[in-house]
Design a protein around this ligand. Structure first.
Ligand SMILES: Cc1cc2nc3c(=O)[nH]c(=O)nc-3n(C[C@H](O)[C@H](O)[C@H](O)COP(=O)(O)O)c2cc1C
Length: 414
């Protein structure tokens, strides 16, 4: 085990989550040892190099997944896609999520990744619920067509194997309660050589609403010969420990819980090492982290106004529960330079303690999918291996949130 996380810069700590009886062991993904076995979930529009840099500081040794890119956009060398797969020089393993529905295109993309040394770990997205994706049979719709699913995973594993790059698969439970796919998809993934499976234990129809199905995660874990990672509703380190205890998973995958709270990774690392630390930064420390995050975004984007505009969506997450007046919040939501951000944050009282009632509270989106949209006849034949119409030739993540909306509606929330 690692010696635990580096202390977050200036972060305060308080009474923490329940102590785990023994440290949670490291996770093996091919040649990579992930310790603590904690993974930053791919989140479109969020898990770029800037956010990952912050998160990595809190749990060195974890796995931090880049924003998803489409296989087609990658092989077409779309400039935005190539920029999205930026990694820090010291970032290891470099973890990238690919989306694709065509085994041949996915294989080409994986070959490009390994030939050009672009990443050290690949995850395949079979969890996306947005209609733009599922109406083409992609994302969470795809595992229903089990032969096609097998073809995509096999193609990726085959292309990655010569370079020793492990391929993992991220699944939902299925399309809805009547069309569950995780058991079959998990078995197929293991059979064709996936290194691990992550289960976001909700159906496509559930979107992000309601509790996750821990018994389903436990069942998948028991049934597969490869590591299984659990995902969904981990807001605090205690939630992660509970998931591990209830399911026996080999690791946890953290999505919305770290939005505006990258220091959650310090708590997870501590808890998985048997510690009880809990990071409760005062407002001044949160403001310092915000400025660093915005600075990293500006550096990555090479444009101060764009970097600040991209940072706007994070502001409400960071300040959730802190007493910040409506006028200041409005001005922050329109921030366009680092100096302005520093000035506005400087108006806050740095001594205000972390709002503990926020602990365990959901953040980010929490709704169900409005509609499940699938290609015509998709559910009629699970054995059909035809490749759906065509891949989306453009990256799904095209732009950034509209200035000031703080919304990620234009991204494909998975
Ligand atoms: C803004 C946002 C973007 C997301 N983008 C992706 C993505 O690109 N690929 C993916 O597999 N999942 C994506 N997800 C889903 C998360 O990876 C994760 O599975 C989901 O949020 C459930 O975990 P949580 O309860 O910890 O948030 C996204 C989620 C959010 C909130």
């Amino acid at each position: 085990m690692s010696d635990g996380p580096a202390a977050p810069p200036g972060a305060g700590t308080g009474a923490g989550p329940p102590r785990s009886d023994r440290p949670v062991p490291a996770l093996r993904l091919g040649r990579h040892r992930i310790d603590p076995p904690v993974v930053l979930a791919p989140m479109a529009g969020v898990t770029n190099v800037a956010f990952r840099r912050l998160c990595r500081e809190f749990a060195p040794g974890g796995l931090f997944t880049c924003e998803m890119v489409t296989a087609r956009a990658l092989i077409e060398r779309h400039p935005k896609t190539l920029r999205m797969i930026t990694f820090d020089r010291d970032e290891r393993p470099r973890s990238l999520q690919l989306y694709g529905v065509d085994p041949a295109v996915v294989a080409d993309a994986v070959r490009m990744v390994v030939d050009e040394g672009l990443a050290d770990h690949l995850d395949l997205n079979f969890g996306c619920p947005v209609p733009k994706v599922t109406r083409r049979g992609g994302g969470a719709a795809l595992p229903w067509r089990r032969r096609l699913f097998a073809g995509v995973v096999r193609a990726a594993v085959g292309a990655a194997a010569p370079a020793g790059v492990p391929v993992t698969v991220k699944l939902r439970l299925g399309i809805d309660d009547d069309h569950l796919t995780y058991r079959t998809a998990g078995r197929i993934a293991a059979d064709v050589g996936a290194a691990a499976v992550t289960l976001h234990a909700r159906t496509l129809q559930q979107g992000y609403a309601g509790p996750v199905d821990l018994p389903a995660i436990a069942e998948l874990k028991r049934s597969l010969p490869i590591p299984v990672l659990g995902n969904g509703n981990i807001w605090e380190a205690a939630d992660a420990l509970r998931m591990v205890a209830a399911t026996g998973v080999d690791g946890v995958v953290i999505g919305r819980g770290c939005l505006g709270r990258p220091w959650l990774f310090a708590d997870l690392a501590s808890a998985f090492a048997g510690g009880t630390g809990r990071t409760l930064p005062a407002l001044g420390e949160v403001a310092t982290t915000m400025l660093r995050h915005a600075g990293f975004l500006v550096e990555w984007m090479g444009d101060e106004a764009r970097g600040c505009a991209d940072f706007r969506k994070h502001i409400a997450w960071y300040l959730k529960g802190f007493p910040v007046g409506g006028d200041l919040r409005r001005r922050l939501a329109m921030v366009s330079s680092l100096a302005e951000l520093g000035e506005l944050l400087g108006a806050l009282d740095p001594r205000v303690p972390f709002p503990e009632p926020q602990l365990g509270e959901p953040r980010g989106r929490t709704g169900a999918s409005a509609r499940v949209i699938l290609p015509a006849g998709w559910l009629d034949d699970t054995e059909c291996a035809d490749v759906p119409d065509m891949d989306d030739p453009l990256p799904l993540v095209e732009g950034r949130s509209a200035p000031g909306t703080g919304s990620h509606e234009r991204f494909p929330p998975m």
